[in-house]
Design a protein around this ligand. Structure first.
Ligand SMILES: NC(=O)c1ccc[n+]([C@@H]2O[C@H](COP(=O)([O-])OP(=O)(O)OC[C@H]3O[C@@H](n4cnc5c(N)ncnc54)[C@H](OP(=O)(O)O)[C@@H]3O)[C@@H](O)[C@H]2O)c1
Length: 298
């Protein structure tokens, strides 16, 4: 298994950090303990994490400020990736923000909050199928922003293969973020699409998502539990190791608000599943609809 993979023009470690869990409950408002959240970020970088996934709408505003306060000035080689295309209302509901003006404002808000001139990549997040504004129009402003140097690479998130085909005809994509995990494999066609083109696939909800009690469901699954016991590791480590072994181009961004979980997740890179394990994990019960879950959250 390789230890790094391509993210546009950069090589980053296969296991990065998803910062969404650092906001308060429901990814809305500040965390109960902001210093604990900053400690997670500092520990991530200390352990070699060089790829952090975030968004201005986590909180909103909260997570990017935590990242800046904890890590700015950023270490050389840290790649911060964000996403645009959504906004929150006063109650935390997730609404589309996909007009060209909203996408531009979204990227610029990230740059200001994170105190950077440019982001390693920005994902265009298609909320509710992304039909609010024609895809080509959304990608047009993303490409303008890339040419202006405000982002290095364009990604697409929550897309179908048809949308990916359309997007790839308009811009160069460097990454794709869709839900995919050992327990929820609807994103397999998206993985195949990325593998065929050498584009980074960055599955979100790699542990099954906090919104649907993913980690507890992983631990309760008999096939995962048996593989975990055999290797003396946790169910979440099995889930991450399984993803890493699907393809060398997959980049992980497990989300956590806990230093202990962060350390455990990064150590999943040392777990190697054998052919028997992979066959056994084919029996994992498929859980729910991640995009349905996502409509209650990012
Ligand atoms: N592009 C998109 O539309 C999109 C959508 C959703 C998410 N994302 C990104 O993807 C990242 C990952 O997704 P996610 O955070 O929603 O879901 P996830 O990584 O599947 O799961 C996060 C949940 O797992 C728990 N957890 C993490 N490590 C654990 C461990 N070692 N043992 C037990 N529990 C553990 C976390 O709780 P604790 O905090 O207690 O550890 C949290 O409840 C996000 O952080 C975000 O950056 C992108």
């Amino acid at each position: 298994m390789t230890s790094t993979a391509r993210l546009g023009s950069h090589d980053v470690r296969r296991i990065g950090f998803g910062a969404m869990q650092l906001a308060g409950p429901g990814v809305f408002g500040p965390p109960r303990d902001p210093e604990a959240a900053r400690a997670v970020l500092r520990r991530a970088v200390e352990l070699g994490v060089d790829h952090i996934d975030t968004s201005q709408y986590y909180g909103p505003d909260v997570v990017n400020e935590l990242i800046r306060d904890a890590l700015h000035p950023y270490p050389d080689g840290l790649r911060i990736v964000s996403k645009v295309g959504a906004k929150r209302d006063d109650h935390g509901a997730w609404l589309p923000a996909q007009t060209p003006a909203e996408l531009r404002a979204g990227v610029e808000a990230n740059l200001i909050a994170l105190q950077v001139d440019s982001l390693a990549a920005v994902n265009l997040r298609l909320l509710d199928g992304g039909a609010h504004v024609p895809l080509a129009e959304q990608l047009g402003v993303m490409e303008d922003l890339r040419r202006e140097g405000k982002l290095e690479g364009i990604g697409l998130s929550n897309a179908t293969t048809e949308q990916l085909d359309e997007a790839a005809g308009v811009v160069e994509l460097v990454c794709v973020q869709n839900a995919f995990s050992v327990a929820q494999r609807d994103g397999e066609d998206i993985l195949d699409w990325c593998v065929a083109r050498g584009i980074a696939f960055v599955p979100f909800f790699p542990l099954g998502s906090a919104f649907t009690g993913g980690p507890a469901a992983l631990a309760a699954d008999p096939a995962i539990a048996a593989v975990a016991e055999k290797h003396g590791v946790t169910a979440t480590q099995v889930a991450l190791a399984w993803l890493l072994q699907q393809d060398d181009g997959i980049l992980l961004i497990p989300g956590t608000s806990s230093v202990r979980h962060l350390e455990e997740n990064l150590a999943a890179g040392d777990v190697t599943l054998d052919a028997d394990d992979l066959t056994a994990l084919d029996d994992v019960r498929q859980k729910g609809d991640p995009l349905g879950a996502a409509s209650n959250g990012d």
